[in-house]
Ligand binder design. Structure first.
Ligand SMILES: Nc1ncnc2c1ncn2[C@@H]1O[C@H](COP(=O)(O)OP(=O)(O)O)[C@@H](O)[C@H]1O
Ligand SMILES: [Mg+2]
Length: 325
C-alpha cells in the first residue's frame, strides 16, 4: 500500500464573509505528482497557501504523515522545512547571484556551514542544468532559466514535497515542456512528491498521476487524469475541458467520441458508417499525448434521425460518447 504523506480533511477558508474554500478533502501519497486544476479565482493559490501554512485554514485539518500539523509554531516550522515552494514569478533576489540565491535560505533555515551550503547549492544547480550560471544575476537569465534556479533553491532544503503554483504559466510551450520534464525527473529520481497548481491542461496531461478539480472553492472531482479526460461525469468539468464548441455546425446533431489508449487504433467511424449505411461528417478531432499514452476525441455531425442508431453502435463497441450542444 502506498504511504500517505499528506491528508487534507474538510478544509475551509474564509476571508471575512468571503468563503474561498469549502470542504476540501485530498490525500496525497508519497512519490505522487498531483495537479490541482481550476479556472482563475477558484481558490487554487489559497489552497496551496493553506497547505504550506502561509495561510491558516478557518476549518478542517492537515495531516502530515498521519500527524496533524497543529497551530503550534514549532510544529509549523518543522513541517514547513519539508515543503519546497515554486512560484510563477520565480521570487528570486535580483541583487544576488544564482549561487547566493540558492545558499541564502539553507544557511538561515538549516544552520549549516557556508561550505556545506555551497556544496548543496552546486549539487542542485547541476541537477537543474544551471551549473554554468552560478555567478549570473537573475536579470540576465530567461524565464525558464530563472524557474530552474527557483527549483534548485527549493531543493537545497531537502524537501519531502514540492508545491508549484502556476510554475509554468509565464513560460512559452517549449520551455514549459522542459520545466515539466525537470519536475518529472525530480519526482522519479529523488522520490519527491509534487503538488502542482495550474490552469493549463497541458501540464496535467504531461505529468500528473492524479488530478483534483477545483471550482468556486469546492473540490468537484479527484481522480486519474485519464478518467477525467475520457469521461468526466461532471458537466462543469466537461465544459472546462471543452475546446471545440465554437467550431461546430449549428444544424443536425453533434456527437463527441472519446478514445483512450487502444481505442485509438480502431477504425470506428468508417465501420459505423458502413454498418449503418450513412455518412458522417467529422467536424473536429484531436489526438494528444498523455504521459505514456494517447488520448483522442472527435466530433461527428449527423442528422437527428441517425443519432439513436449511432449511439447504439458506439455502445456495442464500448466507445464513450456524448451529445454536445
Ligand atoms: N488575502 C486575501 N484576502 C481576501 N480575499 C482573498 C485573499 N486571497 C485570495 N482571495 C480571494 O480568494 C479567491 C480565490 O483566489 P485564489 O486562491 O488566488 O484563486 P486562483 O489561484 O485559483 O486564481 C478570489 O476571489 C480572491 O479574491
Ligand atoms: Mg492562483
Amino acid at each position: 500500500m502506498s504511504e500517505k504523506i499528506l491528508s487534507i480533511k474538510d478544509l475551509g477558508k474564509s476571508f471575512g464573509n468571503h468563503e474561498v474554500l469549502r470542504k476540501i478533502d485530498i490525500e496525497v501519497n508519497k512519490g505522487e505528482v498531483i495537479c490541482i486544476v481550476g479556472s482563475s479565482g477558484s481558490g487554487k493559490s489559497t489552497l496551496l497557501r493553506c497547505i504550506n501554512r502561509l495561510e491558516k485554514q478557518t476549518r478542517g485539518q492537515i495531516f502530515y504523515h498521519d500527524k496533524e500539523v497543529r497551530d503550534v509554531q514549532k510544529e509549523i516550522n518543522d513541517y514547513r522545512s519539508k515543503v519546497g515552494m515554486v512560484f510563477q514569478s520565480f521570487n528570486l533576489f535580483n541583487n544576488m547571484t544564482v549561487l547566493e540565491n540558492c545558499m541564502l535560505c539553507t544557511r538561515k533555515v538549516l544552520h549549516i556551514s557556508k561550505e556545506e551550503a555551497f556544496d548543496r547549492a552546486i549539487t542542485h544547480l547541476k541537477e537543474v542544468g544551471m551549473a554554468p550560471y552560478i555567478n549570473a544575476k537573475p536579470s540576465m537569465l530567461s524565464g525558464g532559466q530563472k524557474q530552474r534556479v527557483a527549483i534548485a533553491r527549493a531543493l537545497v532544503l531537502d524537501p519531502e514535497f514540492l508545491l508549484c503554483d502556476e510554475a509554468t504559466s509565464a513560460l512559452d510551450p517549449e520551455i514549459t515542456k522542459g520545466i515539466l520534464a525537470l519536475l518529472q525527473k525530480i519526482n522519479k529520481e529523488m522520490g519527491i512528491t509534487i503538488i502542482i497548481v495550474t490552469h493549463q491542461m497541458e501540464v496535467v496531461k504531461q505529468v500528473c498521476q492524479k488530478v483534483a478539480f477545483l471550482s468556486s472553492g469546492k473540490m468537484l472531482a479527484v481522480g486519474k487524469p485519464e478518467q477525467l479526460f475520457v469521461w468526466p461525469k461532471e458537466r462543469e468539468i466537461r465544459d472546462f475541458l471543452r475546446e471545440e464548441s465554437d467550431k461546430l455546425p449549428a444544424t443536425g446533431v453533434n456527437l463527441k467520441l472519446f478514445f483512450y489508449g487502444e481505442g485509438n487504433q480502431r477504425p470506428i467511424v468508417t465501420q459505423m458508417s458502413q454498418e449503418l449505411h450513412t455518412d458522417f461528417n467529422i467536424c473536429w478531432a484531436k489526438l494528444e499525448d498523455f504521459r505514456e499514452d494517447v488520448y483522442g476525441s472527435l466530433v461527428l455531425n449527423m442528422e437527428e434521425k441517425d443519432l439513436d442508431r449511432a449511439c447504439a453502435f458506439l455502445d456495442s463497441k464500448g466507445v464513450t460518447w456524448e451529445v454536445i450542444k
